[in-house]
Design a protein around this ligand. Structure first.
Ligand code: DAH
Length: 357
Protein backbone atom coordinates (compact mmCIF):
# COMPACT_ATOMS: atom_id res chain seq x y z
CA UNK A 1 0.00 0.00 0.00
CA UNK A 2 2.86 2.30 0.94
CA UNK A 3 4.30 1.74 -2.51
CA UNK A 4 1.05 2.83 -4.09
CA UNK A 5 0.88 5.91 -1.87
CA UNK A 6 4.42 6.88 -2.75
CA UNK A 7 3.75 6.33 -6.47
CA UNK A 8 0.57 8.40 -6.24
CA UNK A 9 2.29 11.28 -4.48
CA UNK A 10 5.14 11.11 -6.96
CA UNK A 11 2.99 11.10 -10.11
CA UNK A 12 0.62 13.78 -8.81
CA UNK A 13 3.60 16.00 -7.98
CA UNK A 14 4.90 15.56 -11.53
CA UNK A 15 1.46 16.43 -12.92
CA UNK A 16 1.31 19.55 -10.77
CA UNK A 17 4.81 20.57 -11.83
CA UNK A 18 4.24 20.13 -15.58
CA UNK A 19 4.55 23.60 -17.08
CA UNK A 20 3.41 22.83 -20.61
CA UNK A 21 1.34 20.33 -22.57
CA UNK A 22 4.25 18.28 -23.90
CA UNK A 23 5.76 17.78 -20.41
CA UNK A 24 2.32 16.80 -19.14
CA UNK A 25 1.98 14.29 -21.93
CA UNK A 26 5.35 12.78 -21.07
CA UNK A 27 4.16 12.38 -17.46
CA UNK A 28 0.98 10.73 -18.72
CA UNK A 29 2.86 8.25 -20.91
CA UNK A 30 5.29 7.39 -18.07
CA UNK A 31 2.42 6.70 -15.65
CA UNK A 32 -0.60 5.41 -17.56
CA UNK A 33 0.81 4.82 -21.04
CA UNK A 34 1.15 1.22 -22.31
CA UNK A 35 4.45 0.64 -20.53
CA UNK A 36 3.87 3.21 -17.77
CA UNK A 37 4.45 2.60 -14.06
CA UNK A 38 0.75 2.24 -13.16
CA UNK A 39 -0.02 0.14 -16.21
CA UNK A 40 2.93 -2.06 -15.14
CA UNK A 41 1.32 -2.59 -11.73
CA UNK A 42 -1.92 -3.67 -13.36
CA UNK A 43 -0.01 -6.34 -15.24
CA UNK A 44 1.22 -7.86 -11.93
CA UNK A 45 -2.38 -8.68 -10.91
CA UNK A 46 -2.39 -11.93 -12.90
CA UNK A 47 0.27 -13.48 -10.64
CA UNK A 48 -1.58 -12.65 -7.37
CA UNK A 49 -3.89 -14.82 -5.29
CA UNK A 50 -7.61 -14.11 -5.87
CA UNK A 51 -7.91 -12.40 -2.46
CA UNK A 52 -4.91 -10.18 -3.01
CA UNK A 53 -6.02 -9.41 -6.54
CA UNK A 54 -9.35 -8.14 -5.26
CA UNK A 55 -7.90 -5.54 -2.91
CA UNK A 56 -4.82 -4.65 -4.97
CA UNK A 57 -6.84 -4.49 -8.21
CA UNK A 58 -9.29 -2.01 -6.74
CA UNK A 59 -6.49 0.10 -5.28
CA UNK A 60 -4.46 0.23 -8.49
CA UNK A 61 -7.54 1.05 -10.58
CA UNK A 62 -8.47 3.82 -8.16
CA UNK A 63 -4.94 5.18 -8.40
CA UNK A 64 -5.09 5.09 -12.21
CA UNK A 65 -8.45 6.93 -12.22
CA UNK A 66 -7.16 9.56 -9.82
CA UNK A 67 -4.04 10.16 -11.91
CA UNK A 68 -6.06 10.35 -15.13
CA UNK A 69 -8.43 12.86 -13.56
CA UNK A 70 -5.53 14.99 -12.35
CA UNK A 71 -3.94 14.89 -15.82
CA UNK A 72 -7.23 15.91 -17.51
CA UNK A 73 -7.70 18.81 -15.08
CA UNK A 74 -4.11 19.98 -15.56
CA UNK A 75 -4.49 19.71 -19.35
CA UNK A 76 -7.61 21.87 -19.30
CA UNK A 77 -5.83 24.44 -17.10
CA UNK A 78 -2.75 24.52 -19.36
CA UNK A 79 -4.91 24.91 -22.48
CA UNK A 80 -6.89 27.72 -20.89
CA UNK A 81 -3.65 29.46 -19.88
CA UNK A 82 -2.29 29.05 -23.39
CA UNK A 83 -5.46 30.57 -24.87
CA UNK A 84 -5.33 33.48 -22.39
CA UNK A 85 -1.72 34.13 -23.34
CA UNK A 86 -2.58 34.10 -27.05
CA UNK A 87 -5.55 36.39 -26.54
CA UNK A 88 -3.39 38.79 -24.53
CA UNK A 89 -0.60 38.84 -27.11
CA UNK A 90 -2.82 39.05 -30.19
CA UNK A 91 -5.17 41.82 -29.10
CA UNK A 92 -5.92 44.49 -31.61
CA UNK A 93 -6.97 47.85 -30.23
CA UNK A 94 -9.69 48.89 -32.65
CA UNK A 95 -9.95 52.33 -31.06
CA UNK A 96 -6.44 53.28 -32.22
CA UNK A 97 -6.15 55.34 -35.42
CA UNK A 98 -5.33 53.08 -38.36
CA UNK A 99 -1.71 53.38 -39.48
CA UNK A 100 -1.41 54.70 -43.01
CA UNK A 101 -0.17 51.40 -44.46
CA UNK A 102 -3.39 49.62 -43.30
CA UNK A 103 -5.46 50.79 -46.23
CA UNK A 104 -8.90 49.27 -46.60
CA UNK A 105 -9.28 46.88 -49.49
CA UNK A 106 -11.99 45.26 -51.55
CA UNK A 107 -12.66 41.68 -50.42
CA UNK A 108 -11.75 39.11 -53.11
CA UNK A 109 -15.33 37.79 -53.15
CA UNK A 110 -16.68 41.27 -53.93
CA UNK A 111 -13.94 41.80 -56.51
CA UNK A 112 -14.89 38.49 -58.16
CA UNK A 113 -18.57 39.44 -58.06
CA UNK A 114 -17.80 42.83 -59.66
CA UNK A 115 -15.77 41.14 -62.38
CA UNK A 116 -18.59 38.68 -63.12
CA UNK A 117 -21.20 41.42 -63.23
CA UNK A 118 -19.10 43.57 -65.54
CA UNK A 119 -18.58 40.69 -68.01
CA UNK A 120 -22.27 39.75 -68.08
CA UNK A 121 -23.32 43.40 -68.29
CA UNK A 122 -21.20 43.76 -71.41
CA UNK A 123 -22.96 40.68 -72.83
CA UNK A 124 -26.33 42.40 -72.36
CA UNK A 125 -27.51 40.95 -69.03
CA UNK A 126 -29.37 43.12 -66.53
CA UNK A 127 -28.83 42.65 -62.79
CA UNK A 128 -31.84 41.36 -60.80
CA UNK A 129 -32.12 41.07 -57.04
CA UNK A 130 -34.29 39.25 -54.52
CA UNK A 131 -34.56 38.99 -50.73
CA UNK A 132 -32.20 36.87 -48.63
CA UNK A 133 -35.17 35.77 -46.50
CA UNK A 134 -37.35 33.73 -48.81
CA UNK A 135 -40.49 31.65 -48.67
CA UNK A 136 -40.88 28.03 -49.61
CA UNK A 137 -42.72 28.89 -52.84
CA UNK A 138 -39.90 30.93 -54.41
CA UNK A 139 -37.00 28.87 -53.03
CA UNK A 140 -38.45 25.41 -53.72
CA UNK A 141 -42.02 24.89 -54.94
CA UNK A 142 -41.99 27.13 -58.02
CA UNK A 143 -38.59 25.65 -58.90
CA UNK A 144 -40.18 22.21 -59.20
CA UNK A 145 -38.70 20.68 -56.03
CA UNK A 146 -40.76 17.60 -55.14
CA UNK A 147 -42.52 17.79 -51.76
CA UNK A 148 -40.05 15.46 -49.97
CA UNK A 149 -36.86 16.66 -51.66
CA UNK A 150 -33.91 16.32 -49.21
CA UNK A 151 -32.77 19.93 -49.84
CA UNK A 152 -35.88 21.11 -48.02
CA UNK A 153 -34.81 19.34 -44.83
CA UNK A 154 -33.32 21.17 -41.85
CA UNK A 155 -29.96 19.64 -42.76
CA UNK A 156 -29.31 22.04 -45.61
CA UNK A 157 -31.72 24.88 -45.04
CA UNK A 158 -31.81 27.47 -42.28
CA UNK A 159 -35.51 27.76 -41.42
CA UNK A 160 -37.07 30.47 -39.24
CA UNK A 161 -39.60 29.56 -36.55
CA UNK A 162 -43.02 28.98 -38.12
CA UNK A 163 -45.40 31.94 -38.34
CA UNK A 164 -48.90 31.71 -36.84
CA UNK A 165 -50.14 30.50 -40.22
CA UNK A 166 -47.62 27.63 -39.98
CA UNK A 167 -45.53 29.04 -42.87
CA UNK A 168 -41.80 28.80 -42.31
CA UNK A 169 -39.59 31.46 -43.92
CA UNK A 170 -36.01 30.46 -44.72
CA UNK A 171 -32.64 31.86 -45.73
CA UNK A 172 -32.43 31.29 -49.46
CA UNK A 173 -30.27 28.26 -50.25
CA UNK A 174 -29.47 29.50 -53.77
CA UNK A 175 -30.07 32.53 -56.00
CA UNK A 176 -32.52 30.56 -58.20
CA UNK A 177 -35.60 32.09 -56.48
CA UNK A 178 -34.67 35.36 -58.22
CA UNK A 179 -35.46 33.57 -61.50
CA UNK A 180 -39.00 33.03 -60.25
CA UNK A 181 -39.38 36.61 -58.99
CA UNK A 182 -38.14 37.92 -62.35
CA UNK A 183 -40.37 35.70 -64.48
CA UNK A 184 -43.54 36.52 -62.54
CA UNK A 185 -42.88 40.26 -62.74
CA UNK A 186 -41.44 40.67 -66.28
CA UNK A 187 -42.52 39.58 -69.73
CA UNK A 188 -40.01 37.72 -71.97
CA UNK A 189 -37.56 38.31 -73.51
CA UNK A 190 -35.61 38.13 -70.23
CA UNK A 191 -31.86 38.22 -69.84
CA UNK A 192 -30.72 38.64 -66.25
CA UNK A 193 -28.08 37.66 -63.77
CA UNK A 194 -28.80 37.57 -60.05
CA UNK A 195 -25.74 37.99 -57.85
CA UNK A 196 -26.18 37.60 -54.11
CA UNK A 197 -25.71 35.89 -50.79
CA UNK A 198 -26.89 32.35 -50.18
CA UNK A 199 -27.03 30.25 -47.02
CA UNK A 200 -26.66 26.58 -46.18
CA UNK A 201 -25.99 24.65 -43.02
CA UNK A 202 -22.51 23.49 -44.09
CA UNK A 203 -18.98 24.31 -42.91
CA UNK A 204 -15.63 22.90 -44.08
CA UNK A 205 -12.63 23.93 -46.23
CA UNK A 206 -14.79 24.28 -49.35
CA UNK A 207 -18.18 25.24 -47.80
CA UNK A 208 -19.18 28.13 -45.55
CA UNK A 209 -22.69 28.71 -44.15
CA UNK A 210 -22.85 32.01 -46.05
CA UNK A 211 -21.62 32.01 -49.63
CA UNK A 212 -22.28 33.87 -52.87
CA UNK A 213 -23.78 32.85 -56.17
CA UNK A 214 -24.44 34.41 -59.52
CA UNK A 215 -27.55 33.06 -61.20
CA UNK A 216 -28.25 33.54 -64.89
CA UNK A 217 -31.53 33.34 -66.77
CA UNK A 218 -32.40 33.85 -70.42
CA UNK A 219 -35.99 33.41 -71.67
CA UNK A 220 -36.92 33.98 -75.30
CA UNK A 221 -38.27 32.18 -78.33
CA UNK A 222 -36.08 29.43 -79.81
CA UNK A 223 -33.47 29.35 -77.04
CA UNK A 224 -31.40 26.13 -76.92
CA UNK A 225 -28.36 24.53 -75.24
CA UNK A 226 -26.04 25.99 -77.90
CA UNK A 227 -26.85 29.50 -76.65
CA UNK A 228 -26.12 28.33 -73.12
CA UNK A 229 -22.76 26.81 -74.03
CA UNK A 230 -21.61 29.87 -75.97
CA UNK A 231 -22.65 32.21 -73.17
CA UNK A 232 -20.82 30.22 -70.51
CA UNK A 233 -17.68 29.64 -72.55
CA UNK A 234 -17.48 33.31 -73.49
CA UNK A 235 -17.93 34.28 -69.87
CA UNK A 236 -15.32 31.81 -68.58
CA UNK A 237 -12.68 32.83 -71.14
CA UNK A 238 -13.11 36.47 -70.16
CA UNK A 239 -13.20 35.72 -66.47
CA UNK A 240 -10.02 33.64 -66.51
CA UNK A 241 -8.47 36.14 -68.93
CA UNK A 242 -7.45 33.56 -71.54
CA UNK A 243 -8.26 33.43 -75.26
CA UNK A 244 -10.43 30.35 -74.97
CA UNK A 245 -11.42 27.71 -72.43
CA UNK A 246 -12.30 24.12 -73.24
CA UNK A 247 -15.41 22.97 -71.43
CA UNK A 248 -17.56 19.88 -71.17
CA UNK A 249 -21.16 19.40 -70.14
CA UNK A 250 -21.71 16.49 -67.75
CA UNK A 251 -25.32 15.27 -67.37
CA UNK A 252 -26.68 16.14 -63.93
CA UNK A 253 -29.98 16.60 -62.15
CA UNK A 254 -31.55 19.82 -60.95
CA UNK A 255 -35.32 19.90 -60.38
CA UNK A 256 -35.65 23.26 -62.14
CA UNK A 257 -33.89 22.41 -65.41
CA UNK A 258 -34.37 19.70 -68.03
CA UNK A 259 -31.95 18.67 -69.39
CA UNK A 260 -29.52 19.65 -66.61
CA UNK A 261 -25.76 19.67 -66.73
CA UNK A 262 -22.70 20.59 -64.77
CA UNK A 263 -19.99 22.33 -66.71
CA UNK A 264 -16.34 21.43 -66.23
CA UNK A 265 -13.37 23.43 -67.50
CA UNK A 266 -10.18 21.91 -68.74
CA UNK A 267 -7.31 22.57 -66.34
CA UNK A 268 -3.83 21.54 -65.36
CA UNK A 269 -3.25 20.41 -61.77
CA UNK A 270 0.28 19.09 -62.26
CA UNK A 271 2.26 21.96 -60.71
CA UNK A 272 0.43 22.01 -57.35
CA UNK A 273 -1.80 24.88 -58.44
CA UNK A 274 -4.72 24.83 -60.87
CA UNK A 275 -4.19 26.41 -64.29
CA UNK A 276 -7.26 26.98 -66.42
CA UNK A 277 -7.19 26.59 -70.22
CA UNK A 278 -4.51 23.87 -70.43
CA UNK A 279 -3.77 20.36 -69.16
CA UNK A 280 -5.63 17.09 -68.93
CA UNK A 281 -7.86 17.50 -65.83
CA UNK A 282 -11.43 18.73 -65.54
CA UNK A 283 -12.81 20.98 -62.86
CA UNK A 284 -16.51 21.33 -62.04
CA UNK A 285 -17.42 24.96 -62.16
CA UNK A 286 -21.19 25.49 -62.36
CA UNK A 287 -24.66 24.01 -62.75
CA UNK A 288 -26.95 24.81 -65.65
CA UNK A 289 -29.66 23.59 -67.98
CA UNK A 290 -32.80 24.41 -69.94
CA UNK A 291 -35.51 25.89 -67.72
CA UNK A 292 -38.02 23.13 -66.85
CA UNK A 293 -41.49 23.62 -68.41
CA UNK A 294 -43.01 23.25 -64.89
CA UNK A 295 -40.98 26.27 -63.73
CA UNK A 296 -42.11 28.35 -66.71
CA UNK A 297 -45.73 27.33 -66.04
CA UNK A 298 -45.44 28.15 -62.30
CA UNK A 299 -44.35 31.66 -63.35
CA UNK A 300 -47.15 32.14 -65.88
CA UNK A 301 -45.03 31.64 -69.03
CA UNK A 302 -46.22 29.29 -71.78
CA UNK A 303 -43.48 26.69 -72.39
CA UNK A 304 -44.77 26.04 -75.92
CA UNK A 305 -44.07 29.65 -76.80
CA UNK A 306 -40.94 30.40 -74.77
CA UNK A 307 -37.86 28.45 -73.78
CA UNK A 308 -34.89 29.44 -71.71
CA UNK A 309 -31.65 28.48 -70.10
CA UNK A 310 -30.38 29.06 -66.60
CA UNK A 311 -27.12 28.65 -64.73
CA UNK A 312 -25.78 29.12 -61.25
CA UNK A 313 -22.19 29.49 -60.13
CA UNK A 314 -20.39 29.90 -56.82
CA UNK A 315 -18.64 33.26 -56.64
CA UNK A 316 -16.36 32.39 -53.72
CA UNK A 317 -15.28 29.21 -55.48
CA UNK A 318 -14.48 31.01 -58.74
CA UNK A 319 -12.56 33.64 -56.76
CA UNK A 320 -10.57 30.91 -54.97
CA UNK A 321 -9.65 29.42 -58.33
CA UNK A 322 -8.70 32.66 -59.98
CA UNK A 323 -6.74 34.11 -57.08
CA UNK A 324 -5.35 30.89 -55.57
CA UNK A 325 -6.91 30.98 -52.11
CA UNK A 326 -6.78 27.47 -50.64
CA UNK A 327 -9.35 27.57 -47.80
CA UNK A 328 -12.78 29.15 -48.04
CA UNK A 329 -13.01 29.70 -44.27
CA UNK A 330 -10.14 32.25 -44.38
CA UNK A 331 -12.44 34.51 -46.37
CA UNK A 332 -14.55 35.08 -43.27
CA UNK A 333 -11.92 35.13 -40.55
CA UNK A 334 -11.43 38.93 -40.87
CA UNK A 335 -7.68 38.52 -40.51
CA UNK A 336 -6.21 41.85 -41.61
CA UNK A 337 -3.02 40.14 -42.84
CA UNK A 338 -5.10 37.92 -45.15
CA UNK A 339 -7.18 40.89 -46.28
CA UNK A 340 -4.21 43.05 -47.11
CA UNK A 341 -2.62 40.15 -49.01
CA UNK A 342 -5.66 39.14 -51.06
CA UNK A 343 -7.63 42.41 -51.06
CA UNK A 344 -8.00 44.69 -54.09
CA UNK A 345 -7.73 48.43 -54.49
CA UNK A 346 -11.06 50.17 -54.13
CA UNK A 347 -10.13 52.46 -57.04
CA UNK A 348 -9.58 49.68 -59.58
CA UNK A 349 -13.22 49.00 -60.52
CA UNK A 350 -13.08 45.98 -62.82
CA UNK A 351 -14.39 46.22 -66.35
CA UNK A 352 -13.56 44.19 -69.45
CA UNK A 353 -12.25 47.21 -71.35
CA UNK A 354 -9.61 48.43 -68.90
CA UNK A 355 -8.88 45.01 -67.38
CA UNK A 356 -10.43 42.91 -64.69
CA UNK A 357 -7.86 42.16 -62.05
N1 DAH B 1 -29.31 26.48 -57.76
C1 DAH B 1 -28.23 25.53 -57.99
C2 DAH B 1 -27.46 25.31 -56.71
O1 DAH B 1 -27.42 26.16 -55.87
C3 DAH B 1 -27.31 26.03 -59.05
C4 DAH B 1 -27.96 26.03 -60.38
C5 DAH B 1 -27.91 24.90 -61.17
C6 DAH B 1 -28.65 27.12 -60.82
C7 DAH B 1 -28.53 24.86 -62.39
C8 DAH B 1 -29.30 27.11 -62.06
C9 DAH B 1 -29.22 25.95 -62.84
O2 DAH B 1 -29.98 28.12 -62.55
O3 DAH B 1 -29.83 25.92 -64.06
O4 DAH B 1 -26.86 24.29 -56.52
Amino acid sequence: MTDLNTLEADVLAQVAAAGDLSTLDAVRVAAVGKTGSISGLLKTLGAMSPEERKTQGAAINALRDKVQEAIAAKKAALEAAELDARLASETLDLSLPAPYRRKGSVHPTMQTMDEMISIFAEMGFAVAEGPDIEDDFHNFTALNFPEKHPAREMHDTFFFNPKESGERMLLRTHTSPVQVRTMVSQKPPIRIIAPGRTYRCDNDATHTPVFHQVEGLVIDKGIHMGHLKWTLETFLARFFETDAVTTQFRPHHFPFTEPSAEMDVQCDRSGGEIKIGQGTSWLEILGCGMVHPNVLRACGIDPDEYQGFAFGMGVDRLGMLKYGMPDLRDMWSSDVRWLSHYGFSAFAAPNPASGLS
